[in-house]
Design a binder for this molecule. Structure first.
Ligand SMILES: N[C@@H](CCC(=O)N[C@@H](CS)C(=O)NCC(=O)O)C(=O)O
Length: 198
């Protein structure tokens, strides 16, 4: 049984979505987290090194950080087909987009949110204005990042874009809007929303 350490309306919500897509048994353990407005505290029960969510525990194995959790779960339940396995032609693209999410896209959004200029050529990431065309280019091959194949990478990207597509952090894009709507229209997303409160 997978235990998901979760706080409503945070990055852990999309792991309820992924677990619903996988259709495997899981339990939600609600934990408190520090909030931007100064409320909330780290929960001593949360095994994340900084008290963040999401975290999962699978039979004693602790996994933290969104990209790692996505990869762990889709490898662990490979028969559900939500992540190309080792040896599959799409595996490289899958790993790349998962790593790009944590290493490039999120830092790009956070830099923009904080009004920080991304240093040219020396940061490990790029500005949102450079990152988004790369994502849009990938989506030109099909409805999902892996062309016809929906994967856990879409859970991360689709939910992020659904949240930010109306914000000044992102330029308007019909491709991204349609993609985000496609992802959040999935029945598993609707079920996840119903379980977000725990
Ligand atoms: N890099 C982490 C980020 C997780 C994260 O920052 N989660 C927020 C909620 S959306 C959190 O737990 N914040 C509480 C804190 O920073 O103490 C991931 O992608 O999993």
């Amino acid at each position: 049984m997978i235990t998901l350490f979760h706080h409503p309306k945070t990055r852990s919500t999309r792991f309820i979505f992924l677990l619903e897509e996988l259709g495997v048994p899981y339990e939600i353990r609600l934990v408190s987290v520090r909030k931007r407005d100064g409320t909330g505290e780290r929960d001593p029960a949360n095994p994340h090194p900084h008290g963040k969510v999401p975290v999962i525990i699978d039979d004693g194995t602790v996994v933290f950080e969104s990209a790692a959790i996505a990869l762990y779960l889709t490898d662990r339940f490979a028969e559900r087909g939500l992540g190309p396995p080792v040896g599959d032609a799409d595996r490289g693209a899958y790993l790349s987009w998962l790593a790009y999410y944590s290493g490039v896209l999120e830092p790009a959004f956070v830099s923009k949110f904080l009004n920080v200029q991304v240093p040219r050529g020396t940061a490990g990431w790029v500005a949102v204005e450079e990152a988004m065309p790369a994502v849009i280019q990938a989506l030109s091959r099909g409805p999902y990042l892996l062309a016809e194949r929906f994967s856990a990478a879409d859970v991360l990207y689709g939910t992020t874009f659904a949240m930010f597509s109306q914000s000044p952090l992102m330029e308007k894009s019909a491709v991204i809007d349609a993609y985000a709507q496609r992802v959040v229209a999935r029945p598993a997303f609707q079920r996840a929303m119903a379980h977000d409160g725990g």
